[in-house]
Design a protein around this ligand. Structure first.
Ligand SMILES: [Zn+2]
Length: 223
């Protein structure tokens, strides 16, 4: 715990004046929790002193300036070739990427997004249900506040693979097996973080989940 505290103290104060762009464009299933989620991320940004922009228009990936882009339950093929090239260049040159829930159901035909940026893609899900989330890495900014066994309700995805070459943060286990549900990694000079929660409106009212998302964003923009 002391080690966690020192790391957190060293990181504190390094992320002011940052700009966060939240994209929630959908070309497939549209979650009715998107608006609640966007409002929650806006509140996080206000509290952290981060500039906040939300958009349903992926062309903003090119026209806006930002330090982290959050794909909040985006779905389907939403990026054209120029937007794809811009996003890849942004992350590889030090940008932060945060994918939430259906971000893994986005751009599945684009290999770099599916294999490198996300690491796994959505296959299917069971109905919303309670599960115990196991905190695998308790020193990460997105997990250090969590109990080691975090009981919560969400829609839990089954992915096409166990993501490789990532730092696994959270695991779940159900009849479909034990699998990571939140992870992160460096992509060249940039950082990418994914968490599978956030399906329900209620998730975006959970203080522990909100702090998990806040920590993921902060980690992605921390040098
Ligand atoms: Zn969902």
């Amino acid at each position: 715990m002391a080690k966690c505290l020192i790391i957190l103290l060293l990181l504190a104060g390094c992320t002011t004046n940052k700009k966060i762009l939240v994209l929630s464009e959908t070309a497939g299933w549209r979650h009715d929790s998107i608006e609640t989620g966007v409002e929650a991320v806006q509140k996080i940004c206000n509290e952290e002193g981060w500039e906040f922009t939300a958009t349903e228009d992926s062309s903003k990936l090119i026209s806006e300036q930002y330090d982290c882009v959050v794909f909040l339950s985006t779905t389907g093929d939403i990026l054209n070739d120029d937007e794809q090239a811009h996003l890849k260049n942004f992350v590889e040159h030090g940008g932060g990427f945060v994918g939430i829930h259906a971000a893994a159901n986005t751009e599945e035909e684009w290999d770099w997004f599916a294999d490198t940026l996300l690491g796994a893609t959505f296959v299917r899900h069971d109905p919303v249900k309670p599960l115990v989330v196991e905190v695998v890495d308790e020193c990460h900014l997105s997990t250090s506040h969590l109990p080691s066994e975090w009981q919560r309700v969400d829609e839990w995805y089954i992915y096409n693979r166990i993501p490789e070459n990532v730092k696994v943060l959270l695991m779940i286990e159900d009849k479909d097996g034990r699998r990571p549900i939140a992870w992160c990694k460096a992509v060249k000079e940039g950082k990418t973080f994914y968490t599978g929660g956030g399906h329900t409106k209620a998730a975006w009212q959970e203080p522990l989940f909100l702090q998990h998302v806040q920590g993921g964003i902060e980690w992605s923009i921390t040098p």
